[in-house]
Design a protein around this ligand. Sequence first.
Ligand SMILES: Cc1cc2nc3c(=O)[nH]c(=O)nc-3n(C[C@H](O)[C@H](O)[C@H](O)COP(=O)(O)O)c2cc1C
Length: 185
Amino acid sequence: MTRPDVVAVCGSRREGSYTRRALRIALDAASEAGARTELLDLRTVDLPPFDPDAEEGDAVREFKRRVREADAVVLGSPVYHGSYSATLKDALDYCGKDEFADTTVGLLATAGGGSYASTFDHLRVVVRSVHGWTVPTQVGIRGAYDKFDGPEITEPGLEDRVREVAANAHVAPSAPPEIAAGCDD
Ligand SMILES: Cc1cc2nc3c(=O)[nH]c(=O)nc-3n(C[C@H](O)[C@H](O)[C@H](O)COP(=O)(O)O)c2cc1C
């Protein structure tokens, strides 16, 4: 069996980002389970603000190639004003069905407060519109400032759930392509 290719996209540019720390834990677990993994960190993968008229540079082409080639993508975002970050939206606007069709998608969000449901709802709608397959499992971290000690998560049950998010994201899409292609946009 070939190694699954799992990519995580970090939608926080913050230096000490909890989202990034959690995605690293998820990818490490997937790697231990045999997956090929890569973190696409939007702090360092410096995509210009999306402009449909602009010519795509190397960073954009490489970002799209990695998403297109992945079997599974984990989208990680801080909760910003009840939704997800503009940084992640910008990156997703570069992508379409070419990048996400036949790709399963896991979701992870970190919140300063206690609520991340709308962040996941909004991401699910966006992923569906590019024909990606969001899986039912998702991980939200509420009160994130209180859940980490350096790179580690201090709450044992939570760490287990984070470790599983990348593995759970890698399941085979099951609808025949002709049905998926016929879905309304
Ligand atoms: C612009 C902005 C908006 C935010 N909005 C919310 C919010 O609506 N709900 C919430 O629980 N936390 C909110 N927060 C807190 C972040 O979700 C929280 O600090 C998160 O863990 C940051 O993720 P990061 O460490 O990966 O950057 C907001 C933070 C910022 C900077």
